[in-house]
Design a protein around this ligand. Structure first.
Ligand SMILES: Nc1ncnc2c1ncn2[C@@H]1O[C@H](COP(=O)(O)OP(=O)(O)O)[C@@H](O)[C@H]1O
Ligand SMILES: [Mg+2]
Length: 306
């Protein structure tokens, strides 16, 4: 579903995600998609949440970690590279303020959940799911395992919060604690934010979750796990982007490339049978790495047409 089909998907959804194993081309596809959308008149924000790559490298210009930065000379493309460590700091101070009173009343175990860092990363992400200032928000998600952990957090966490709310209410009745409605309201608001983000993620009218992979064994296996895991959260994978396919016309009798391409062909067939129901796009291996607007436009052209 190259060109028409895939372009329809990005035109009609607001939140676009590119998941997959490390190094398969998520950042490249996210950046190329963002450039294509902005070229087609959509006011687009691209957000990198992957700590291993910054948008500054791929756009060959400075892209901020705390401030949304305009990209290129277009007025409708901007980006943000979230630094997970800074995100954690921001999250903790907000939580501390909110929970200060709560923990003096009931003890601090609510704050010491084991996954504060994952919650903080997801918290950043959640704040963009409420975006009203852009037509499109494109996410370069962290590698699969991490993404899934982030995604699973709000489920556990919101369940945890509602349990806390209930048990605190009971406890306060039995033991005569002061039950502070204001603080409970803050917690409820937090929970509502998370629930809304998770709902938006699994809402096929607003979000498109796409997975990038290479025609190789490990990325295929990982993709299969990701499709299943995401499905468990009610998230349907809308498209697979198979990247770095050796172009037929580059082989020119070279036996090494010929064998490599034959191997890829086998895996392409494998992908076809294992993911029968998921539409698929193919991107060739380019003769150079991909950065800067011109190169990204080439990739966008392959994916969505010109
Ligand atoms: N189709 C392609 N042809 C050539 N190089 C590619 C292609 N896709 C990605 N690359 C290069 O591979 C590297 C990894 O891509 P990247 O998008 O950063 O992966 P990820 O975000 O999944 O870790 C980058 O240097 C990128 O330029
Ligand atoms: Mg990346």
């Amino acid at each position: 579903m190259q060109g028409p089909g895939l372009d329809e998907l990005v035109r009609t959804k607001k939140f676009l995600f590119f998941g997959g194993k490390g190094g398969v081309g998520k950042t490249t596809m996210a950046a190329a998609t963002a450039v294509w959308l902005s070229d087609h008149g959509y006011n687009t924000l691209v957000v990198a949440t992957d700590p291993t790559v910054s948008l500054s490298s791929i756009f060959a210009q400075e892209v901020g970690e705390t401030e949304i930065t305009p990209i290129g000379t277009e007025r409708n493309l901007c980006g943000l590279s979230i630094n997970p460590r800074k995100a954690l700091g921001m999250f903790q101070s907000r939580m501390n303020t909110m929970m200060d009173g709560f923990s003096t009343m009931f003890g601090s175990e609510l704050l010491s959940t084991p996954c504060t860092e994952e919650i903080a990363a997801f918290d950043q992400f959640v704040s963009f799911m409420g975006d009203t200032e852009h037509d499109k928000v494109v996410f370069d998600t962290a590698p699969t395992g991490h993404t899934l952990r982030e995604l699973s957090m709000p489920f556990d966490w919101s369940g945890y919060i509602s349990n806390q709310i209930e048990s605190r209410r009971e406890l306060s009745e039995v033991l005569g604690f002061v039950y502070d409605e204001g603080m409970i309201d803050d917690l409820k608001q937090e929970k509502a934010r998370y629930d809304a983000a998770v709902k938006a993620l699994s809402d096929t009218d607003t979000s498109s979750f796409n997975l990038v992979l290479l025609p190789e064994k490990l990325p295929i296996d990982e993709t299969e796990r990701a499709v299943t895991d995401l499905g468990g959260f009610g998230i349907r994978v809308r498209a697979l982007i198979v990247n770095e396919i050796i172009p037929q016309d580059a082989i020119r009798g070279n036996a090494f490339l010929e064998r490599r391409r034959a191997t890829q062909e086998r895996y392409l067939n494998d992908i076809g049978t294992r993911f029968r129901d998921i539409p698929r796009a193919e991107v060739p291996l380019f003769d150079s790495d991909i950065y800067g607007l011109d190169a990204l436009r080439k990739v966008g052209g392959v994916l969505y047409g010109r």
